[in-house]
Design a protein around this ligand. Structure first.
Ligand SMILES: Nc1ncnc2c1ncn2[C@@H]1O[C@H](COP(=O)(O)OP(=O)(O)O)[C@@H](O)[C@H]1O
Ligand SMILES: [Mg+2]
Length: 480
């Protein structure tokens, strides 16, 4: 045994995050830690790593065992280069000075190992989240630890990056490293897990062997069986509520057009980099576009004007929710109320009581794990922070809601709750745009799917299409 934790108990200000948890890591295994958002996974990782000391219980390590952790919250320094981040606090030295040439060379070798094509001199702040995550992974690999803990690394990775990471993990396992892996992607667990410990509400509720069925994992994790993973309820579409016509920005997207009717969910699929996020950000007015127009309920929006877009009834749950969607220093209740609520504003006054009641309803519906609306958002687990951002937009109840990767990093149970809220919106005559890299999700929850490739619309597919058909369009190449 490389690492053994017994009876770990840990509370934060009255919230019991862990309650008598046993957990161990053997050499040469991938031990998956599975549980809903807020189940206590990250807290257990922090106890194993010595970041938190437990209130009760103990952690024992074989002598000389080094542990490397990739935490859920990325810990890179944005204004330093990739190479400087990789060797932060321990740069290669020569005659007492930092050996820049060697640092560059070693950095390149590490980047190659994780399959990241990047100049080591690039500042980290300019990278996307997936690239930053791969830099963290490269850094952890260089520590050459016997125990490597990865807390939801694949939540922000593309399929290709995930494949590379799983290969690296398998190589490390074969060399005797013990890995602890946290993920909400049950298919990844099926591919790589040797053992699965399931946490629910801070307790270990079971250990499953390799090959355990997805149904069994879900049942243990949420404490109930989930009948339908994609419970889309379709209605008859009404009038066109959202129109994007010939939207173009040089170098980003060209001539993108699609329409969404009242009561419809239109999915936007495509590979990462296909321009999906760029298009929806431009349509919402966050970024500029050079040509084309955007209409909400028949009215043309002025470009590059988020307030006007919101007044017209357009909402966007952004992809990078930490940076764009939340005020971490505020409470759950305040964050839920951040978008002005037309329906609760009476005679120009905000109806605080009505607002709190509805905030409570949404927090309950999404099963946000919190000690109350007064709790600071910073203290919530990552997945629960995401639920708050989505909840805030659902509360604002816009006519057209664009969701960019709404379930990334969210557990299976909460995903279904989010889908049910989407159903409720469309049943009430709202229009929803669902940008998603999760193919089963975009196929299962959309009434039509627009597939983008290289900044253009490559084609449109009906509900119930296959993953192969989506991929065939997504990899389409356009002449330059
Ligand atoms: N620093 C903290 N302060 C207060 N509460 C916390 C803190 N860290 C975690 N919690 C609470 O502990 C519980 C477990 O959180 P966490 O371990 O992050 O869950 P998971 O990683 O499984 O999603 C949650 O209810 C969370 O709000
Ligand atoms: Mg976590």
């Amino acid at each position: 045994m490389l690492l053994e934790a017994r009876g770990i108990t840990k509370s934060f200000a009255g919230v019991r995050a862990l309650d008598g948890v046993d957990f161990d890591v053997r050499p040469g295994e991938v031990h998956v830690l599975l549980g809903e958002n807020g189940a206590g996974k990250s807290t257990l990782v922090k106890v194993l790593a010595g970041v938190h000391s437990p209130d009760d219980g103990r952690v024992e390590r074989a002598p000389g065992t080094r542990l490397a952790v990739i935490h859920q919250e990325l810990a890179l320094v944005p204004n330093l280069s990739v190479a400087e981040n990789l060797f932060l606090g321990r740069p290669p030295r020569r005659f007492g000075f930092v050996d820049k040439a060697r640092m560059r060379h070693d950095a390149q070798r590490l980047l190659d190992r994780v399959g990241l094509r990047l100049d080591p001199a690039t500042p980290v702040g300019g990278l996307g989240i997936a690239q930053q995550q791969m830099v963290e992974i490269a850094r952890a690999l260089d520590l050459d630890a016997q125990v490597l803990v990865l807390d939801e690394p694949t939540a922000v990775l593309t399929d290709t990056e995930t494949d590379r990471l799983l290969e690296i993990m398998a190589e490390l396992r074969d060399r005797g490293v013990g890995l602890v892996f946290i993920t909400h992607h049950l298919d990844e667990i099926r591919r790589i897990a040797d053992r699965i410990t399931v946490l629910r509400d801070g307790r270990s509720v079971g250990v499953l062997p390799r090959g355990a069925s997805v149904d069994r994992m879900i049942e243990l994790m949420v404490g109930r069986a989930i009948a339908e993973r994609y419970p889309r309820r379709r209605g008859t579409p009404g009038e066109v509520l959202f129109e994007v016509e010939g939207l173009t920005r040089a170098g980003a997207f060209q001539d993108v057009s699609f329409r969404v009717r009242a009561g419809e969910v239109v999915g936007i699929a495509g590979l990462v980099g296909a321009g999906r996020t760029e298009v929806v950000r431009a349509a919402f007015g966050v970024d500029r576009y050079d040509a084309g127009r955007v209409k909400v309920a028949g009215r043309v929006l002025p470009g590059h004007d988020v307030r006007a877009a919101m007044r017209a009834g357009l909402g966007l749950v952004p992809e990078d929710r930490k940076a764009q969607g939340l005020v971490l220093t505020s409470t759950v209740g305040d964050n839920l109320g951040l978008v002005t609520l037309r329906s609760t504003a009476r005679a120009g006054l905000v109806d605080r009581v009505g607002q709190r009641t509805r905030a409570r309803e949404v927090a309950d519906a999404l099963r946000v794990k919190t000690s109350g609306l007064g709790q600071s958002v910073r203290e919530l687990s990552g997945g629960n922070q995401q639920k708050v951002v989505i909840g805030k937009w659902l509360l604002a109840d816009p006519r057209v809601l664009v969701l960019d990767e709404p379930t990334r990093g969210v557990d299976v149970g909460a995903k279904v709750e989010i889908y049910e809220l989407v159903n409720r919106m469309t049943a009430a005559g709202r229009a929803v745009v669902l940008v998603s890299s999760d193919l089963p999700e975009v196929i299962g929850m959309s009434d039509r799917i627009v597939v983008m490739a290289q900044g253009r619309v490559a084609g449109e597919l009906p509900a119930g299409t296959t993953q192969d058909r989506v991929m065939a369009l997504a990899v389409q190449e356009f002449p330059a």
